[in-house]
Design a protein around this ligand. Structure first.
Ligand code: G3P
Ligand code: CA
Length: 328
């Protein structure tokens, strides 16, 4: 009798495990290996992509977030690029400065103005750190107050100054607001030796929600890998995951789905179609493990510290200690 009861309890989880194993075997194990692709392309395998820098512990897309991500050992520094009124490429996520700076105090009435309506000189008057202290008091540091919106060149300096520089994972954000930014971006990266340099193969990756922007980048710098970012809305608009995979493939890009789309029956077919799959934005350890098991080639994360530990690549220096070492 006891055996029958035990079997009744064990059968459902065993059946579920068998189904999961079959799914993984079918969709994930039988796909090209991340290691093989990494060897051919120079792109880090099981990449740790520091989303807006190490943005859990420091204000997103600022120097402390990028210094921290770099010193933790992230493979790539992720950033969203836009262009100022006087033509300087800067890193900022939102179309406006309202959420992450004190623009309302410094330039009252211009809160809703696009980044492209401010000169670099004007951006330099803004504080891109105080909002973080107010929103996350448990992670606040007085020294974050006053940190500026960085230029792309300043982030490149941060990468270049490392003994083993991290890569740059650059998103053209709202490219329709910055016509021609692709040309200027590629020109800048060439001048700084990040494009057209065999030693940097796979160390720059372009990403965008805009296939048009990716197409322009492909024409300007065909050897730089690209990733087509997609979310549930994109899937709804385009009709199906299969369409997204087809479009990414036609664009010569990998695919960067939001975590909710990173099922094995999505990642498997994408990888079998030859696409690299980098999933955003994954911050919880169980999600990092599961989505990696589902076949992701890399993860965007605000917590490169945690993901590096999971990968067995932690360097043993705590985020607090790294920030302090840099004067934060
Ligand atoms: O670039 C990957 C991910 O960053 C896309 O989302 O909104 O954080 O730029 P978002
Ligand atoms: Ca981004």
């Amino acid at each position: 009798m006891k055996k029958i009861i035990a079997a009744a309890f064990l059968a459902p989880p065993l059946a579920a495990a068998a189904v999961l194993a079959a799914l993984l075997l079918h969709h994930v194990a039988l796909t090209p290996s991340c290691e093989k692709r990494a060897g051919e392309s120079g792109i880090a395998c099981r990449a740790v992509i520091a989303h807006r820098g190490a943005s859990h512990d420091a204000p997103e897309e600022t120097a402390p977030a990028y210094l921290l991500a770099r010193d933790l050992g992230a493979d790539y520094l992720e950033m969203d690029v836009q262009r100022t009124a006087d033509g300087v490429i800067v890193a900022l996520h939102d179309d406006t400065l309202e959420r992450t700076t004190n623009v309302g105090e410094v330039f009252p009435g211009r809160e809703k103005g696009p980044v492209s309506s401010f000169t670099l000189g004007e951006l330099r008057r803004l504080d891109a750190g105080a909002w973080f202290n107010a929103r996350y008091p448990e992670r606040a540091r007085q020294s974050f107050t006053g940190v500026p919106v960085p230029t792309l060149e300043e982030i490149i300096d941060i990468a270049d100054q490392a003994a083993a520089p991290p890569g740059l994972y650059i998103e053209t954000k709202s490219p329709e607001l910055h016509p021609g930014i692709e040309v200027e971006l590629v020109r800048l990266l060439r001048r700084r030796g990040w494009i057209g340099n065999p030693a940097k193969r796979g160390r720059v990756i372009f990403q965008s929600f805009s296939l048009e922007s990716l197409g322009k980048l492909a024409g300007l710098a065909p050897d730089v890998p690209r990733v087509y970012l997609v979310d549930e809305e994109t899937e709804r608009d385009r009709g199906s995951w299969e369409t997204l995979v087809r479009e990414a493939r036609a664009a010569g890009s990998g695919i960067g789905p939001v975590g909710y789309l990173a099922y094995p029956w999505h990642t498997g077919p994408a990888r079998r179609a030859g696409l690299m799959v980098h999933v955003y934005t994954i911050n919880l350890p169980w999600q990092m493990r599961l989505i990696t098991l589902f076949g992701a080639d890399g993860l965007f994360t605000d917590r490169p510290d945690i993901l590096l530990e999971i990968r067995g690549r932690g360097k043993g220096e705590a985020p607090d200690a790294i920030l302090a070492r840099h004067g934060f």
